[in-house]
Design a protein around this ligand. Structure first.
Ligand code: ADP
Ligand code: ZN
Length: 293
C-alpha cells in the first residue's frame, strides 16, 4: 500500500509517499506560496505515485468540522490567498481517494503516537516551538478537535519577574507564543536563538514559560508523554530546565512515578525528528482508508 503525505507548513510544503509501517519512501520540499501554485506542485509530485489515500497535516487555523460546508478549508491566515481556501476540495478533484486532514501539530502528535516517542501509548501531547507555538493533543486513542481544534500555543502565562518584553502575538501580546516562540526570543534578545550561547539567560526564561504551559496541560489532560519539538528545541539544554520547572510547579501533586521518578522519559524530544510531521500525515492517510496503523 502506497500512501501520500503532505506536511503543509506556513513557510514550506513537504510531500512524500510512505507505507503502512510508517516508512517514508520518498519526499520533496518546496516553499509555500499562493495556494494554486503550491498545490500544483504537490499534485504534480503525486502524478506518477499511484497513492491509495493522502494524509495532510496543515498549518491553520483550519475547519475540521465534517458537518460544515467549510470542512477542509483554511479559515483565517495572513498568508496571501489561503484564507477560505478549499484545501481538501482542491486535492480531491485531482485525486478522488480517501483524504485524512488535520492540523500540522495533530499530525505530528499522531505520528509520534503511532511510530515515535509515544508508540504504544493512548495519550500524549506534542508541542512545537518554532516560528509559532502549537500543540497537538492525542487522548484516549484519538486526536482532539473539540469546538475548532486546540490552540495551546496561545495560553496565558505568568510573566517572568525579570522580563520586560511586551510579547509578539498579534492577538494576545504576551501569551505563550508571544513570549516563547523563536521570533519572540530573537526580538527580546536581539539575536536569533541559534546565535545565543547555551548558558544565556534566555534559556532559563524560555524554560520558565514552557514549564508553565506544560504543567497546565499535565493538570488538564494527564497525558502519558509530553513531546517537545520545533526549531527552538534544538537547544537541548532546555530539556533539563523545563523538567525541573515542571516538577517544581507540580510540587508532587500529580502522584505518578512517570513525573516523580522518571521525568527524563516523560518530557522528551520527538523520535521521528524531521519526519514527525510527514509520518503523522502518512498516519492520517492510512486511517482515512479505514485501516488502523
Ligand atoms: P517552523 O516553525 O517555521 O516550521 P522551525 O520549527 O524550524 O520552523 O522554527 C523556526 C524558528 O526556530 C525560528 O524562529 C528560529 O530562529 C528558531 N530556531 C531554529 N533553529 C534554532 C536553534 N538551533 N536554536 C534556537 N532557535 C532555533
Ligand atoms: Zn496569542
Amino acid at each position: 500500500m502506497q500512501i501520500g503525505a503532505i506536511e503543509a507548513g506556513g513557510t514550506k510544503f513537504i510531500c512524500g509517499v510512505g507505507n503502512e509501517k510508517g516508512e517514508i519512501l520518498d519526499r520533496i520540499s518546496f516553499p509555500t506560496e499562493v495556494p494554486e501554485r503550491t498545490l500544483e506542485q504537490a499534485l504534480e509530485y503525486f502524478r506518477d505515485k499511484s497513492v491509495e489515500a493522502i494524509g495532510i497535516g496543515s498549518f491553520g487555523p483550519i475547519n475540521l468540522d465534517h458537518f460544515s460546508p467549510g470542512y477542509g478549508h483554511v479559515t483565517t491566515t495572513p498568508k496571501p490567498g489561503w484564507t477560505g481556501f478549499d484545501f481538501i476540495g482542491y486535492i480531491k478533484r485531482a485525486y478522488p481517494v480517501p483524504i485524512g486532514f488535520d492540523t500540522d501539530v495533530n499530525a505530528a502528535v499522531f505520528g509520534e503516537a503511532k511510530w515515535g516517542a509515544a508508540k504504544g501509548l493512548d495519550s500524549c501531547v506534542y508541542y512545537t516551538i518554532g516560528t509559532g507555538v502549537g500543540v497537538g493533543v492525542y487522548t484516549e486513542g484519538k486526536l482532539v478537535h473539540g469546538l475548532v481544534h486546540p490552540e495551546g500555543g496561545h495560553v496565558m502565562i505568568r510573566r517572568h519577574s525579570e522580563d520586560s518584553f511586551g510579547g509578539l502575538c498579534p492577538y494576545h501580546g504576551d501569551c505563550l507564543e508571544g513570549m516563547a516562540s523563536g521570533p519572540a526570543i530573537e526580538k527580546r534578545w536581539g539575536l536569533k536563538g541559534s546565535e545565543l550561547p547555551g548558558d544565556h539567560k534566555a534559556w532559563e526564561m524560555e524554560a520558565y514559560y514552557l514549564a508553565q504551559a506544560i504543567s497546565g496541560v499535565i493538570l488538564l489532560l494527564s497525558p502519558k508523554k509530553v513531546i517537545l519539538g520545533g526549531g527552538v528545541m534544538h537547544q537541548k539544554q532546555l530539556f533539563p530546565i523545563i523538567r525541573k520547572g515542571v516538577a517544581h510547579n507540580l510540587n508532587g501533586y500529580v502522584a505518578s512515578p512517570a513525573i516523580l521518578d522518571d521525568i527524563e522519559n516523560y518530557i522528551v524530544p520527538p523520535t521521528l525528528g524531521d519526519n514527525a510531521g510527514l509520518c503523522g500525515a502518512l498516519a492520517l492517510g492510512i486511517e482515512a482508508t479505514g485501516q488502523r496503523c
